[in-house]
Every structure is written in C-alpha cells, then in structure tokens.
Design a protein around this ligand. Structure first.
Ligand SMILES: C[S@@+](CC[C@H](N)C(=O)[O-])C[C@H]1O[C@@H](n2cnc3c(N)ncnc32)[C@H](O)[C@@H]1O
Length: 344
C-alpha cells in the first residue's frame, strides 16, 4: 500500500468516483421492483406502509424499508406519515398502463444476478448468499477467512484514506485521550484520528482474521507507538475498558437493529463516564427521503449484509435507549457523516 500523510485531504472532488461504486446496485433494486414485481402499479392502487407492503408481498421489513427510502429519494414515491403513495414520476414512467412506462425498457435487464438476488433478499430478509455455502459465503462468514479478510480490508482501507482524515478534521477531541476503534479494520480511521489529534492514542479492535493485517498497516502508516491492535469478538465478548472514546466506523451499517442495540449497550457499559461515542457512516436524513447517494449505497448494504444505512433519527433513538445523551451530526466527505453521543 502507498505511504500517505493522514493530515492531508486531496484537492479534487471525490464524489463521482465514490458514487459509482457505492450506488452500483441501486438500478438492480429498481429493476427487481419494476419488472419482476410490477410494484409501482400495485402501489399506485394501494398506498401502503412498510408493514402493508410486507404483508401483501410476504417480504421482510429491513429490505422493504431500504427499498422505499430509495424510491422516495428518487421521487418515484412520496411518504405521507407512514404511508407511501406513488408520485408523479412513478405514475408516468413506472406504472404498467402509463403510455410512458419504461417497464419494457428495463425488462431486458431482468436476469442480472443482483436483480435476481434482490427478490430473495426481499423475501427472506437475509443477505444474498446467506446459507448458500456451496456457492459462496455471506460477507460475515467470509471475513473469518484470512485471504478474503485481506482483500476486503484493503478495500475499506483505501476509501478510508480520504474519509478518515475528513472525519478527524470535523471533530474536536481535545478532551479525550484513549480511543477504542471497534471493528476498526486496517486501522486507517484510528491512525487518522491520532494523526490529527496529538493528545490521542488508540486501540484497533477487530476479529482475529484482521489482527495481523491491521498491525502491518498501522506500522506502515507510522503509528505503532500510538495505535495498538487487539483481537476480539465485539458480539460475544464484553468490550475492553479504560477508553473515553469509542468509534464505530462503517460497522453498525452491517447489522440489523438487535445487534446495533447490543453494540451500543456494550459501548455504554464499557466507556468511561464523560466519554463519547462516534458513529462514522453514510447516514440517511431525518425525513428518510435521501440523500439519494446514501439511499443507493443502503441498497448495496441491504443486499450484502444484515444492515442498511440508518437515519439520523434511528441512530438517535437507539443511542438514547442505550443511555447516551447530547447528539451531534455533521457531514464529512463523499456522502459520509459523523454523529457523536455522550455518556453522562
Ligand atoms: C465494514 S468493515 C469496517 C472497517 C473500518 N471500521 C472501516 O470503517 O473501514 C467492518 C469491520 O467489522 C469487523 N467485524 C465484524 N464482525 C466483528 C466481530 N464480531 N468482532 C469484531 N469485529 C468484527 C470486520 O472484521 C470489519 O473489519
């Protein structure tokens, strides 16, 4: 990997390059709904809530929630309270009996593998490849394998070289001294934070398959004296104590609500009083109507993990429930943002 100065932000706009990658699966979700389900024709006649949609199609809640956020963000559908109604562009371009319907145009794409996956994910609520161990592992099982972990961690690391410093520069951490970076991957975010905040040292906490990869990368980045690496399982072991700062960067979005609840409760228990929790992620706005690039990325996470991009309000509710108080949110770079919450 390349040497890099984590106090520097590149000068060119990253959005086009990041958005192709993050939004890659969204068109497959639209195709699945439009061509395989004739969903928009049904919704035009049956304005419905997430629960109503799940009942009618026998779908699971998490993927339907992600799908509807994507359709609202695109302006195909509008949300009125809990109920979704077809909007003008949905009515004119996506409903079967409209003279401008594009369903036949999308039909030639209907057998794309990811389009077909979405039909399964909507039904089961499980990520694609869940349980299909003869064809390939789901993402969490795959991460236990060291060579997959190496490849995946390198992918997370390269986007973090921009996102980590952007997050670090957005935060005032002068009150804090010890950071636990939970599910910290290569350590790029822990290193970015210590590079920009001289009073901070950090521990990268991740599963055993990632430990060696993180140690090598932390050395390469030049922070072995201020960032150590510790292997452990955040879901089956208590989190290590003695830290006044916790970071979940792109971690909670991999999990469904019960695991997010569990992780936030574990953080609340382990953080020092007066400590702070940081969530760095792609975060949906409070009205769940965008930003569109985040709704598109959420479609990818819904396909491949047990999670999604949560909204600011969903995070605030979960953080409150765990005992956290005093929330902040700000955008950082490339459609990402950072939330903080205090432990009283
Ligand atoms: C999407 S990656 C994010 C990595 C890094 N924080 C980032 O922002 O790029 C999720 C990380 O969570 C780690 N992880 C998943 N399950 C875990 C567990 N049970 N205990 C500890 N780490 C876990 C993975 O190994 C992976 O490094």
């Amino acid at each position: 990997m390349n040497p890099v100065d984590l106090t520097r932000i590149p000068t060119a706009d990253p959005l086009r390059a990041y958005r192709y990658r993050d939004g890659l699966y969204a068109a497959d979700l639209v195709t699945a709904a439009l061509v395989h389900l004739d969903f928009f024709t049904w919704l035009a006649a049956n304005p419905s809530s997430v629960t109503g949609i799940c009942t009618h199609f026998d779908f699971a809640e998490r993927p339907v929630d992600v799908m509807m956020t994507l359709f609202v963000a695109n302006g195909f559908v509008r949300r009125n309270g809990d109920v979704f109604h077809i909007a003008d562009s949905g009515l004119e371009y996506l409903v079967a009996d409209s003279p401008w319907s594009l369903a036949p145009y999308y039909r030639s794409l209907k057998d794309r593998p990811v389009t077909m996956d979405y039909l399964k994910v909507l039904k089961t609520g499980k990520p694609a490849n869940w349980g299909a161990y003869d064809e390939g592992f789901d993402w969490h099982r795959s991460m236990e394998d060291e060579s997959f972990a190496r490849q995946f961690t390198a992918a997370m690391d390269c986007r973090g070289v921009l996102l980590g410093p952007a997050m670090a520069k957005a935060l005032d951490l002068s009150r804090f001294s010890r950071l636990l970076d939970i599910g910290g991957g290569s350590g790029i975010y822990a290193c970015s934070l210590v590079a920009n905040h001289p009073g901070l040292s950090a521990t990268v906490f991740d599963q055993a398959s990632v430990e060696k990869i993180a140690r090598t990368r932390v050395e390469e980045l030049g922070f072995p004296d201020r960032v150590d690496v510790r292997a452990g399982d955040m879901l089956t072991q208590p989190l290590p104590e003695g830290y006044d700062l916790h970071l979940y960067s792109n971690v909670l979005h991999d999990w469904d609500v019960p695991e997010v609840r569990q992780l936030l409760a574990a953080s609340f228990a382990a953080l020092k009083p007066g400590g702070m929790l940081i969530i760095h992620d792609a975060i949906i706005g409070p009205e769940k109507d965008g930003p569109l690039p985040v709704a598109e990325y959420s479609a990818m996470l819904m396909h491949s993990t047990q999670g999604k991009c949560y909204s600011v309000n969903e995070y605030e509710a979960l953080l409150s429930e765990a005992g956290f108080r005093g929330f902040t949110f700000q955008t950082t770079a490339a459609d990402r943002g950072v939330m903080t919450a205090g432990k009283p």
